[in-house]
Design a protein around this ligand. Structure first.
Ligand code: PXG
Ligand code: PLP
Length: 435
């Protein structure tokens, strides 16, 4: 490969100086593997960025995209439509928990966050309760990089450069002492949800629009909700007329061995965000699913029929090519039974990953479905260094894993074989021993 000049591209969420000194360049992919610029095969231990569970370069998606590009490459998203967006919306809501009946299309998880919270605030305004504006997020939450997303998110490093954002407050996270090395859902911590009572009380429910949480936090290192916790959040929201938003940008469409975390945990939010796996990562696309009650409130308050009920949307909302990729991607999940596959292989993955308990530096391991997080003891004064070094060791040996904060994160492709799980866990074990 000819040398590329790395200077012009300011890389996102990247240590640019380190990367440009020692680039890790990916030039191809197939199934669960990347091909690097030095022609190495690297196992994709995070399915891209939690995006590509069905494996890379699926011909079904490539064909659907190519066909769509030759049929209708773009149609105006505002005031005009194309059939595929309606078909996809219907398909997605039919998979979702009952009650979530409408889909608003966006292009990313960050746009999901802005859209869901804008709908929540506007919902109270069209319902005659315009003082309900505050959004409550949660410590360690990640909802993207937009102004709204960093305001409601709870990862300090993603907020500190920006100062005041959109009006918000935060709940505490659920990563508590005593739950270390839990397999699946922790038994202890349901009562942590009661903090929501206090936060709503502090601001008064008349000022609070919504609570936004990831049912399972991804970026913070896979934090699984304690048994009963989400149900209790739902009850408190109902008691105070506060909308509940689930950010399922990582958890939806198979990652946890179910279509949605809401279905897995038996708790239905008022709004539910999806992205990433919706197109298997091939084309940007997200959606905010909302209840009939919310949608109907906007229609009822819309004024004359020719008036726009919700002045919100993106040039690429419901892009035909993205919709085509999503249809093909959902076909693959259904036809290959990949969600059942994740569910069936979860116990094996769980017991293998928990074998790393006792490996050097490992202070906690958490898992659900094909997602897992390891917390590593930091170097003195350098909390971010060890996960970086461990991940680089893995990369050099043919394994891509994600590092962030004091954690290592795994999001296996849904097509992963048992032998690949063994090899991945061994590679992480070796990296821990040598760093
Ligand atoms: N919500 C959740 C729950 C996410 O995980 C976003 C929103 C934002 O999506 P966009 O498409 O705007 O990036 C995300 C994104 C990681 C990692 O290492 C996670 C994400 C992105 C990149 C890395 O866990 N999540
Ligand atoms: N900036 C300008 C000048 C625009 O005209 C538009 C869209 O028309 C945008 C930003 C927003 O772009 P998007 O709809 O892709 O988010």
């Amino acid at each position: 490969m000819s040398e590329v000049n790395l200077d012009a591209f300011w890389m996102p969420y990247t240590a640019n100086r380190e990367f440009k000194a020692k680039p890790r360049m990916i030039v191809g992919a197939e199934g669960a593997y990347y091909v690097t610029s030095d022609q190495r095969r690297v196992f994709d231990g995070l399915s891209g960025l939690w995006t590509t569970g069905a494996g890379h370069n699926r011909p079904e998606i490539a064909d659907a995209v190519a066909r769509q590009l030759r049929t209708l490459d773009y149609a105006p998203a505002f005031q005009f439509g194309h059939p595929l967006a309606f078909e996809l919306a219907e398909r997605v809501v039919s998979l979702a928990p009952e009650g979530l009946d409408h889909a608003f299309f966006v292009n990313s998880g960050s746009e999901c966050t802005d859209t869901a919270t804008k709908i929540a605030r506007a919902y109270w305004r069209v319902s005659g309760q315009s003082s309900k504006t505050k959004i409550i997020g949660r410590a360690k939450g990640y909802h993207g990089a937009s102004w709204g997303a960093i305001s409601f998110g709870g990862i300090p490093g993603n907020r500190k450069l920006w100062g005041q954002g959109v009006d918000s407050d935060h709940l505490g996270h659920t990563l508590i002492a005593g739950n270390e090395f839990t397999r699946g859902q922790p038994q202890f911590g349901e009562e942590l949800a009661d903090e929501l009572e206090q936060v709503i009380g502090l601001h008064d429910a008349s000022n609070v629009a919504a609570v936004i949480v990831e049912p399972i936090s991804g970026s913070a290192g896979v934090i699984v909700p304690p048994v009963g916790y989400l149900k209790r959040l739902r009850e408190i929201c109902d008691r105070h007329q506060v909308l509940l938003i689930f950010d399922e940008v990582i958890t939806a469409f198979g990652r946890i061995g179910n279509w949605f975390a809401a279905s897995e945990f038996g708790v239905t939010p008022d709004l539910l965000n999806v992205a990433k796996q919706l197109t298997n990562g091939a084309i940007p696309l997200g959606a905010v699913l909302v209840t009939g009650e919310i949608y109907d409130a906007f229609m009822a308050a819309g004024g004359p029929e020719y008036a726009i009920e919700l002045p919100h949307g993106y040039t690429y909302s419901g892009h035909p090519v993205a919709c085509a990729a999503a249809m093909a991607s959902l076909d693959i999940l259904e036809q290959e039974g990949l969600i059942d596959r994740v569910r069936e292989m979860t116990p094996g993955f769980e017991s293998r990953i928990h074998e790393l308990k006792g490996a050097p530096h490992v202070t906690d391991i958490r898992n659900f479905g094909f997602a897992a997080g390891l917390t590593l003891a930091p170097y003195p004064e350098e909390p971010l260094r060890r996960p970086f070094e461990v991940a680089m060791h893995c990369w050099r040996n043919g394994y891509y894993v994600r590092y962030g904060g004091d954690t290592i994160q795994l999001g296996l492709p849904f097509i992963t074989e048992e032998a690949e799980i063994d090899a991945l866990v061994n590679a992480i074990g070796e990296a821990l021993t040598e760093n």
